[in-house]
Design a protein around this ligand. Sequence first.
Ligand code: MN
Length: 262
Amino acid sequence: MDRRAFVRHSGLATGGALLAAATTPSMAHNAVKTPFEVPATYIPIVGSDEKFPVRRIYCIGRNYAAHAREMGSDPTREPPFFFQKPTDAIQHVSAGTVADHPYPPLTKNYHYEAELVAVLGKGGRNVPVDQALNLVYGYTLGLDMTRRDLQRALGDEKKPWEIGKSFDHSAPIGAVHKVAQTGHFTQGAIWLKVNGQTKQSADLKDMIWSVAEQIAKLSEAFELMPGDIIYAGTPDNVGPVVRGDVIEMHIDGLPNLSVKIV
Ligand code: MN
């Protein structure tokens, strides 16, 4: 069992003795005695035996003009805004599989949002746009699953929309593709189908704020760090799914991602 597998599975063991036996330097901070183990979150990296460690999940809102309009705002006047999902909201979905995705509690209007995801291998503060892509380790695709009824109701009440966006399993995601293998994603088709029927269809070049601009803006508000990932926003025609539906999403240059709502 390699070190990462050890960390992931150590919750099954009686932690202390095994952790104390770990001797690699990078494990040193994990040697702290704890009453129980909390698993870390990793995403597989295509073509590597390493896994990408997820630190924070940032998401940008209303980053395609048509989607901003359908959500009731004016895309020409709004600076980008961001929210976070908890790291353990990640549900990795292997290419070529259809993963079961649980319909969450409390909602009667559960929506898909197909998104490009940039993952960072470097950090920084106040990163200029023309240097921002140097932070990108790779890309993948993901779903920003949303309890739309709760998001809207909380927004209407000027309350945080946390439980509309930041719930368990709300971030299905594919494996990471290193930027050296894919290049940067500035254009190309992005689409999403439900039960084989096209629901969302757009081009990445229609993003209001590019990945580089998103990184630059985010880094004004937060110190970005390796392991941070950014869901880059969804095109228009978001909509509901129910149990039994199969979602398939695509971005040119990446393998499709599919989940079945259960
Ligand atoms: Mn989104």
